[in-house]
Design a protein around this ligand. Structure first.
Ligand code: FES
Length: 263
């Protein structure tokens, strides 16, 4: 088992987990892990945010059954696979602008730090101000929060992560600038076997997760985003009901105990 050392609520939908998992401590910027809470839980891919002596931290967006279960009942993970995927191709690019949406802020910061350490000029553009807390302690050259997508001139590399729609739009407006992106895909095996995570030029789990944006068929990915929506919705509703039943049981038990205590 891999203990959750801390669970910090970053905003309404996001929690930052610090996890004891020594095998992940050497993860490089841009890599990810598969988290499995219990023996029969779904395995979810999550980007590594930071590493430390005995483990790592990651940002989890609470959107479905598995992530709500981690938030409500997670004390330790049954299984953690990783580090997975190829690290971000860190190099001397010059001026880099990094766009992130939602959970994408975690890999954006970790990649931004590695690029900055090499001497690149790094501008961070964050589309969720509610996550600004995470960026406050960083030393990037520029930080911008904005709701709309704005293009900036004079950059040698564009990086985008956290939303297929965001990356698709950026690939159109920065059509002559190199653009590296992490496409959002479903992953089941993360070992190159199930092909669920295929993108035009390879598999996100083994060849990615970072690709040149022009190599991605964004229309196809956007269609596939909703493939499992119905099952995910049902699983979430079922889990919320089970949480409610558990809560009621505990209230009844507590009521009984209180009654015994009084009598
Ligand atoms: S998740 Fe199965 S091949 Fe990538």
């Amino acid at each position: 088992m891999f203990d959750i050392l801390s669970k910090e609520q970053i905003s309404q939908d996001f929690i930052l987990l610090k996890i004891h998992a020594p095998h992940i401590r050497h993860a490089k910027a841009g890599q990810f892990v598969l988290l499995q809470l219990k023996e029969h839980s779904e395995r979810i891919p999550v980007c590594v945010f930071e590493t430390f002596d005995n483990g790592f931290s990651c940002l989890v967006q609470v959107v479905g059954r598995s992530t709500l279960e981690i938030k409500e009942e997670g004390d330790a993970f049954y299984y953690i696979a990783g580090p997975l995927g190829k690290p971000f191709p860190v190099g001397n690019y010059g001026k880099v602008v990094i766009y992130s949406k939602g959970w994408g802020i975690a890999p954006a910061i970790s990649v931004g730090r590695a690029l900055k350490d090499l001497g690149n000029y790094v501008k961070m553009v964050c589309l969720d101000e509610s996550l600004s807390h995470l960026l406050k302690r960083e030393g990037f050259d520029e930080v911008v929060y904005q709701e709309n997508i704005v293009a900036y001139s004079g950059f040698d590399l564009v990086v985008s992560v956290g939303s297929n729609m965001l990356s698709k739009i950026l690939s159109q407006i920065y059509d002559s600038t190199p653009h590296i992106t992490m496409p959002v895909v479903h992953m089941l095996c993360a070992a190159g076997l199930c092909l669920t995570c295929r993108v035009k030029s390879g598999l996100a789990c083994t060849d990615g997760p970072w690709f040149e944006a022009k190599e991605i068929n964004w229309e196809d990915l956007l269609k596939r985003e909703s493939l499992y929506k119905e099952q995910e919705k049902l699983a979430l509703e079922e889990y919320k009901k089970s949480l409610l039943r558990k809560q009621l049981r505990e209230e009844v038990e507590y009521g009984k105990d209180a009654h015994h205590y009084q009598t």
